[in-house]
Design a protein around this ligand. Structure first.
Ligand code: ADP
Length: 613
């Protein structure tokens, strides 16, 4: 009777497992570590059921005639049960590795471990086959295997259960219940069946328990739908393409807007130098200030989209702290203009002279705060304080900007760092986009810093930023204390070549260079510039536009560098202000970089650097 029940349970398990196996193997699945192990679990389980059924057949038919063969089959059966537990142990270990490592890392790192486990399991199976075993029982109550081989197998199975239990306990909180359930169930059922087995050795419970766990695992194993993943990948590609298109659009928009802006700023700057009547002078100033605001807006939109596309990188280098804060104070003074505001600057004396970090981004962060203070304060003072706390080689900069402006309402503080959010600005004429603080916060976060606001409506605000920078013990930058260079504004006798395909841009550049009295030559294409150099024209400086049809500035430079003995300084002119462009141009071999619209100050710096020799 017992034998009949056991056989029926085995047949049911086999049928169910076969259905699961067909469904599992026919389904398109991801080749992940756990599905690979699960495949072994299913196969081992099916084989072990078949072997057990074969064993029943043998014991009830030919046991008396061929006991040696029965014993061998019995040992194979015990080994298969052990193998199944080994695979389950590997599955539990893989789940725990998955928490810590990526699929790729598991594949590489854990490959060796998996091979070692397989080797140990193989040796264990061989040992079991070699160890003595005997069949106990009779035809009426059923047979069962007993002896050192079964005891050894049992000990090894218990060891795998302990390893599974250890892995589960260690990663209890991190595993999800779907992965956790079959393993816990296994431990409970194995404990119960071990007790039952000891009490009724004829009752062979291992295969039914194993089948139950294998079936439950099929439903709980993470088995992502390949079709869905394919669709998601397609959707991801589409989104990526759209995002790239957006970046490209921004880049070309930046170019398109900057080119006319270049002309507006350039001509108005030159006009200012002319002998104009006061009204015209004022209007020229207004044109300049309006174009500067427009430029700020374009830059802000570019910055925020770059940050959102994770394209903004922190570029670290050594920088002179005194120079940075002096520059910031000067820019704020210009921004305050005629307003009755006193700018108080207080820089910590123990601040290291040279620090290592992203100079440009740090400057942008602090300048945003100082500009806001100047913008939203009508009278009183702005306190610009820089403190430092040094621990080992890290200098924590604590920079605060405190104003006596109109302050921010408590309920608005939480909206402060949201993009395009402007508070109280609906009825005012203060220019802005509501992007400044959103960018500032993102930049601070990118630099692993912190920003806090403290404000009393009607009285004033205080923004404090803290950012860690590295202390440089032995600076490699040569000029820490800026040495005042003799400023030369007359470069008569020097020769400059401007290369730009846009006639208006050529006119603007020439107009901006006019006060310096040098000889100016113009080219409207890369090829024309190259032939001029080949024709032995010698220039003290070449200003080369990058985005030109047929031959770009970069391609032109590459060809120029092929000319023997070519060593003229070449400065790239570009309207492409996308982050990282400057570094790319310098890497490409340009000596310097001038962004359009060309700022008078920047142009002066370049001229002083290359012509004042
Ligand atoms: P924008 O200045 O271009 O409007 P910001 O993101 O820099 O954008 O600032 C968002 C809003 O926060 C501003 O519109 C203003 O209402 C408020 N704000 C920022 N700084 C100050 C300040 N120092 N004093 C008062 N209000 C401020």
């Amino acid at each position: 009777m017992l034998v009949v029940i056991q056989l029926s349970v085995l047949i049911t398990s086999l049928v169910y497992l076969s259905i699961i196996a067909i469904s599992f193997f026919c389904r398109e699945k991801i080749n992940s570590v756990d599905t690979r192990i699960y495949k072994n679990i299913v196969i081992t389980n099916i084989i072990s059921i078949c072997v057990e059924m074969f064993l029943y057949l043998l014991t009830f038919t030919i046991l008396e005639f061929n006991p040696g063969f029965v014993l061998l089959v019995s040992k194979i059966f015990v080994s298969l049960v052990l193998l199944w537990f080994v695979f389950l142990m590997k599955y539990a270990m893989a789940l725990c590795f998955k928490i810590k490592f990526s699929e790729e890392e598991i594949r590489k790192k854990k490959h060796h471990l998996s091979l070692q486990i397989n080797l140990v399991a193989f040796i264990a199976c061989l040992v079991i086959i070699c160890l003595p075993l005997e069949m106990v029982g009779d035809k009426s109550s059923g047979f069962y295997a007993s002896g050192i081989a079964t005891k050894a197998a049992f000990m090894l199975i218990m060891t795998t259960c302990v390893i599974i239990f250890y892995n589960l306990i260690r990663n209890f909180k991190k595993l999800n219940y779907r992965e956790f359930t079959p393993l816990i169930l296994l431990l409970v059922l194995v404990s119960i069946s071990t007790v039952v087995q000891i009490m009724f050795p004829q009752l062979l419970l291992f295969n039914p328990v194993m089948s139950l766990i294998t079936v439950i695992m099929y439903h709980t194993i993470e088995n992502p739908d390949v079709k869905m993943i394919k669709e998601l990948n397609i959707a991801k590609d589409v989104a990526l393409k759209a995002n790239n298109a957006k970046t490209e659009f921004l880049s070309s928009m930046s170019h398109e807007v900057r080119t006319p802006l270049n002309a507006i700023v350039g001509f108005s700057e030159s006009l200012k130098e002319e002998d104009l009547n006061p009204k015209a002078k004022e209007e020229v100033d207004d044109i300049i200030s309006a174009s500067e605001t427009l430029l700020e807006i374009v830059n802000g939109i570019l910055d925020i989209s770059k940050i959102e596309a994770n394209k903004l990188e922190i570029v670290n280098s050594e920088y002179d702290t005194q120079k940075l804060f002096k520059e910031l104070a000067n820019l704020t003074k210009v921004r305050i203009g005629e307003k009755p505001i006193v700018l108080k600057v207080n820089i910590d004396e123990s601040l290291p002279k040279v620090l290592y970090g992203d100079y440009a981004r740090l400057k942008q962060i602090v300048l945003n705060l100082l500009t806001n203070a100047a913008k939203y304060t009508d009278k009183g003072e702005i306190n610009f304080t820089v403190n430092s706390v040094i621990t080992k080689n890290v200098c924590r900069l604590i920079i605060s900007v405190k104003d006596t402006g109109r302050g921010i309402k408590k309920e608005n503080i939480s909206k402060l760092f949201t993009k395009f959010e402007r508070l109280d600005e609906k009825n005012t004429t203060i220019e802005g986009t509501g992007l400044g603080l959103a960018i500032t916060k993102k930049l601070v976060e990118l630099m692993h810093g912190n920003i806090v606001v403290d404000s009393v409506y009607g009285k004033g605000s205080k923004f404090t930023v803290s950012i860690d920078q590295l202390v440089v013990k032995k600076p490699t930058i040569t000029q820490v204390v800026e040495e005042e260079k003799v400023e030369v504004n007359n470069f008569a006798g020097k020769k400059v070549l401007i290369v730009d395909d846009n006639e208006l841009n050529l006119k603007v550049a020439a107009r901006l260079l006019q006060p310096y009295k040098m000889d100016i030559d113009k080219s409207s294409s890369g090829d024309d510039a190259i032939s001029k150099i080949i024709d032995d024209n010698v220039y003290d400086l070449i200003l080369l536009d990058d985005m030109m049809p047929h031959k770009s500035g970069s391609e032109t430079l590459a060809e120029l560098k092929q000319i023997e003995g070519f060593n003229m300084p070449v400065v790239v002119l570009t309207a492409n202000a996308i982050e990282g462009m400057k570094e790319q141009y310098l890497k490409a071999g340009f000596d310097d970089y001038l962004a359009k619209p060309i700022s008078k100050e920047e142009l002066k710096r370049v001229l002083q650097k290359y012509l004042n020799k």
